[in-house]
Write a protein that binds this ligand. Structure first.
Ligand code: GDP
Ligand code: MG
Length: 154
């Protein structure tokens, strides 16, 4: 199958990342890598919305504390498009536990605690599409960048 240069992933700066002023840095990392920003907004989701987003983790012992953390301030929600966006996005974020994240990753550069790990990234193409629909019911944008052929072999 031809590589999908239009793969999309949902990336979110969590409340600790917004509070610590890391939104610009995180945007810059994805921009520099060559990904295309197709949606972005600052949002204050409610408990129900966050429970939908993290539905697969309901029942875990850390779940209530994690929802409290996610409710502690606004988040910055984004959709990035590009080659292997889901997997590459996760690599750029680093491991779930920042102590296991290498330097050069977002969590490896800025975080120490698993419950304060700065950012979220979709873990599969299927979940990315679900998360994009949940966070951006208004839809995302489509546009062509002038330097597309400098980023992709097209
Ligand atoms: P992610 O996809 O790398 O974000 O990891 P998961 O989907 O497994 O977990 C979602 C989020 O829940 C993580 O990013 C952490 O913020 C939090 N989390 C996961 N595991 C733990 C844990 O063992 N303890 C605490 N306090 N939080 C956790
Ligand atoms: Mg996850």
């Amino acid at each position: 199958m031809a590589p999908n240069i239009r793969e999309r992933t949902y990336i979110m700066v969590k409340p600790d990342g917004v509070d610590r002023g890391l939104v610009g840095d995180i945007i810059a990392r994805f921009e520099r890598r060559g990904f295309k920003l197709i949606a972005a907004k600052l949002a204050s989701p409610g408990k129900e919305h966050l429970e939908k987003h993290y539905a697969d983790l309901m029942g875990k012992p850390f779940f209530p504390g994690m929802i409290q953390y996610m409710l502690s301030g606004p988040v910055f929600a984004m959709v990035w498009e590009g080659l292997d966006a889901v997997k590459t996005g996760r690599v750029m974020l680093g491991a779930t536990n920042p102590l296991e994240s290498g330097p050069g990753t977002i969590r490896g550069d800025y975080a120490l605690a698993v419950g304060r790990n700065i950012c979220h990234g979709s873990d599969s193409v299927e979940n990315a599409e679900k998360e994009i629909a949940l966070w951006f019911p208004e839809g995302v944008l489509q546009y062509t960048r002038s330097q597309e052929s400098k980023v992709f072999e097209i």
